[in-house]
Design a protein around this ligand. Structure first.
Ligand code: NAP
Length: 476
């Protein structure tokens, strides 16, 4: 592959064959490369090896594990340009966004290299004179993950780094559309000195089969999933049989609210960043805009002007801000939702055209009512529907009127309103005068049908730890 300096990142590539997977470039439909598919027996073997590797890894002092993670972080950053190019080729996002994702993904490795050293237990005041009570933290064991295509590196490192820092081993099944980044980032962990079986990638032609193996295998003690609510629900049900520890980062339906006292320039800037990053294909993307009547015309005209200036194209080209959506099916779904919205009475204020290939024009929909059914689900594309509101109380009801609860955003300069709204929104994360909220320093995750568990922050490590209570008796 041209311009990729560290060719060891791509050693997984093979010639096409019966048991290989082709990875397509969504920008032009060309094949980026082929990789081998694993069999069920090979996946089972990976899990067994992972268990053995975990037992040894757990015994290493946290400080030693931290050194490996830190070296991994450094190697990811040293290879940032190569990883970013690979990401744009297989996923389509603009190169600048890929560079940012590599740095974001690496930041979790750096953070958990530190946090792993702070897996503190507690001492507990005892209930009798002759007893002493305490807790210790221990790794859950073998952790498995299933990740989506929209953040091919960050969704892996957000799970792998805390798992490894906690003393777990880790197996990931990446999305079949973006496995190259997964292999590349795991290759760098090996170059950082981590044992081969500690961190593994599995790719099988059937995601259902991998889900089935991961959820039912007794050696896998933890399953962390990022993806759609539909598949998450299925994996939770399957995990019931082995009572597996699960974390679920699922879909969202984020409201983006602009109150009458908002700084409109700031709100437009936040709206563009939140809505159009990754061509609108992020779980925390603003999905529904609610703008107060008093500032509606002002906000909408500035927003439309900004949207018209967004450059769409192949992510490798200079200055491109929106790349293709992931595939033809995704494009079809987005266009269908625009048609549905128009059928329900919405107006296309800008965009809405079908471009060649997997590209969708950035689109703004006005004359949208909260009651329109297309607002119930994630649009997962560069489409911004705007609802007008005039009553704060009704607005909060509408913002919470969804089964999802991942991220919400609002713009206001009134401190009382800010506290009231922040507390009233039924979401795991709230951006206040801010459209980009993700960072390794803070807990990322949802409530309601957006899932449970947190990634990043202090909480991220807890997902991979068990608390063991020790009771010492006979101390007189
Ligand atoms: P998806 O269809 O649920 O796929 C996610 C992962 O699950 C992929 O690796 C996929 O494999 C795999 N998968 C599909 N069917 C499966 C099955 N029956 N059993 C086990 N695994 C299965 O989701 P997506 O469309 O790729 O991703 C978009 C969704 O992810 C959106 O809803 C988005 O909001 C959500 N998301 C959430 C977060 C968060 O942190 N909350 C972050 C990013 C994305 P294949 O790709 O090989 O089919």
């Amino acid at each position: 592959m041209d311009n990729i300096k560290n060719t060891s990142l791509l050693s997984i590539l093979c010639e096409p064959g019966e048991l290989t997977l082709a990875i397509d470039n969504p920008a032009d439909g060309s094949v980026v490369g082929y990789i081998p598919l694993q069999s069920e027996t090979e996946i089972d073997e990976c899990i067994r090896k992972s268990r053995l590797a975990q037992k040894l890894w757990q015994k290493r002092p946290a400080k030693e594990r931290s050194h490996f993670l830190y070296r991994w972080y450094e190697l990811v950053m040293e290879n940032q340009a190569d990883l970013a190019r690979l990401m744009t080729l297989e996923q389509g996002k603009p190169l600048a966004e890929s560079m940012a994702e590599v740095a974001y993904g690496a930041s979790f490795i750096q953070w958990f290299a530190e946090e792993g050293k702070r897996a503190y237990g507690t001492t507990i005041p005892a209930h009798t004179e002759d007893r002493r009570l305490m807790t210790i933290k221990q790794p859950v064991g073998v952790a498995a993950a299933i990740t989506p295509w929209n953040f091919p590196i960050a969704m892996i490192t957000r799970k792998a780094a805390p798992a490894l820092a906690a003393g777990c081993s880790f197996i990931v099944k990446p999305a079949n559309q973006t496995p190259l980044c997964a292999y590349a980032v795991v290759e760098l962990a090996r170059q950082a000195g981590m044992p081969e079986d500690l961190l593994q990638v599995v790719v099988h032609h059937s995601p259902e089969k991998v889900g089935d193996i991961f959820t039912r295998h007794p050696m896998i003690r933890k399953l962390s999933f990022t993806g759609s609510t539909r598949i998450g629900r299925q994996l939770i049900a399957q995990s019931a049989e082995t009572i597996k520890n699960t974390s679920m980062e699922l879909g969202g339906n984020a409201p983006f609210i602009v109150f009458d006292d908002a700084d409109i320039d700031q709100a437009v800037q936040g709206a563009i960043a939140s809505k159009f990053r990754n061509a609108g294909q992020t779980c925390v993307c603003a999905n529904r805009f609610y703008v107060h009547d008093a500032v509606y015309d002002q906000f909408v005209s500035r927003f439309i002007e900004a949207v018209k200036n967004i450059k769409v194209g192949n992510g490798l080209e200079e200055g491109v801000q929106i790349g293709p959506v992931i595939d033809a099916l995704a494009k079809e779904r987005i266009l269908q939702k625009i048609n549905l919205a128009v059928g329900q009475g919405a107006t296309i204020a800008t965009g809405g055209e079908s471009l060649d290939g997997c590209f969708v024009e950035p689109t703004v929909l006005t004359d949208v009512q909260h009651s329109m059914s297309f607002l119930r689900e994630e649009l997962f594309g560069p489409v911004a529907p705007i609802v007008r509101f005039s009553n704060d109380e009704q607005l909060i009801h509408q913002a919470n009127d969804t089964v999802y609860g991942l991220a919400a955003y609002f713009y206001s300069r009134d401190i009382t309103r800010i506290w009231q709204v922040a507390e009233a929104l039924e979401y795991g994360m709230v951006g206040i005068n801010e459209g980009i909220i993700s960072t390794e320093l803070a807990p990322f995750g949802g409530v309601k049908q957006s899932g449970f568990g947190r990634e990043g922050g202090q909480e991220g490590l807890e997902e991979y730890l068990e608390t063991k209570y020790l009771c010492f008796g006979g101390i007189n």
